[in-house]
Design a protein around this ligand. Structure first.
Ligand code: ZN
Ligand code: ZN
Length: 352
């Protein structure tokens, strides 16, 4: 299947139009016309080959793993989807499906490494996978999720990576009514963490460096705000939280946040921080507090998130851009100049 997209040709040049082939449908494949694709920080970093520790970027690189589309064709053995269905695809498009992690629905932690939606290798042909900055994609049946009715397709994309990244730890640590949840940072991930935690019935505290963000945090649904640059506010918040979702994307001292955890509280890091400054083990030992991390979620949990958002009418705040403005969007995202997530309207991408 011939299709078009936008690709990075190397680490230095901007993304540009790219014509390529999607594979012919296998028996269990679903072909999608992509309607919208969210813009994730990973897209920018992978395009620029910033993540050498995860392996080099395979060029040309067509990024995009927050995909919303409509089914346009299915293979003969597809059972979950039919032509015309509204569907979604996230960060992975295949896994071994046999290992303990796959069997318990945690395909993102597949022992044989899941196949990434882009910059991955197809399990059968070893061809480079290409993501959602394109008109069409072909994905095996099991990795295509259902977009529930009532969920605005133009805003649902960011749920597939940013959203599930913060929803999964909330579920892992049993957040519900009575839980006291802290969210550090209110960007793409943080603003969703606030809405999800509130939607799950928790009391939500936003921890931010800037007092100016207090009103913004409350508007998102936060009950309380702690300005982390105020020693007084941090002292007053000591031992007051059960779960903290730390969305700060760069290396930082986690000690001040650990101090906000109550006995048996959990600090969850959801970014790839690399080494972090040393912290004292004392509050961990004395209060059985934990510092942990979390990746995206598996397929069942991602579907659960989409259904939860449809039921609760929760969506990210998005700025819709045409495909042709992706390089400007990358620059603005890099500068933190977006509330809170870009989504590409794929109708802007035509053969001309
Ligand atoms: Zn992502
Ligand atoms: Zn597996």
């Amino acid at each position: 299947m011939k299709t078009i997209g936008y690709a990075a040709r190397d680490a230095k040049t901007p993304l540009a139009p790219y014509a390529f082939e999607r594979r012919a449908l296998r028996d269990n494949d679903v072909a999608l016309e992509i309607l919208y694709c969210g813009v994730c920080h990973s897209d920018l970093h992978q395009s620029r080959d910033d993540w050498k520790e995860w392996g080099p970027t395979l060029y040309p690189c067509v990024p995009g793993h927050e995909i919303i589309g409509q089914v346009v064709a299915v293979g003969p053995k597809v059972t979950r989807h039919k032509v015309g269905d509204a569907v979604a695809v996230g960060t992975i498009v295949d896994s071994c499906q046999q290992c303990d992690q796959c069997r318990r629905g945690e395909q993102q932690m597949c022992r044989e490494v899941p196949t990434l939606t882009y910059n991955g290798r197809d399990r059968l042909t070893c061809e480079t996978t290409h993501g959602g900055y394109s008109k069409h994609i072909v994905v095996r049946d099991e990795f295509v999720l259902r977009l529930p009715e009532g969920l605005d397709p133009s805003r649902a994309g960011p749920l597939l990576c940013a959203g599930i990244t913060v929803y999964s730890p909330l579920r892992t640590w049993n957040v519900g009514p009575g839980s006291r949840v802290g969210v550090v940072g209110i960007g793409g991930l943080g603003h969703l963490a606030v809405r999800f935690a509130a939607g799950l019935g928790a009391t939500v505290t936003v921890i931010t460096r800037s007092a100016a963000k207090a009103a913004e945090a409350k508007a998102l649904g936060a009950d309380h705000v702690i300005v982390s640059t105020s020693d007084e506010a941090m002292k007053a918040g000591a031992s007051s939280l059960d779960v903290i979702i730390d969305t700060v994307p760069v290396s930082h001292d986690v000690s001040p946040y650990v101090a906000l955890l109550d006995v048996e509280g959990v600090l969850v890091i959801v970014g790839n921080l690399g080494p972090v400054p040393a912290f004292s083990s004392l509050p961990l030992v004395m209060g059985r507090r934990r510092i942990t991390g979390s990746p995206v979620g598996g397929l069942p949990q991602t579907q659960e998130l989409l259904d939860f958002c449809a039921r609760k009418n929760i969506l990210p705040d998005c700025e819709i851009v045409p495909m042709q403005q992706i390089n400007e969007a990358f620059t603005r995202m890099d500068q933190g100049d977006v509330h809170y997530r870009f989504v590409i309207d794929m109708a802007s991408l035509t053969a001309a």
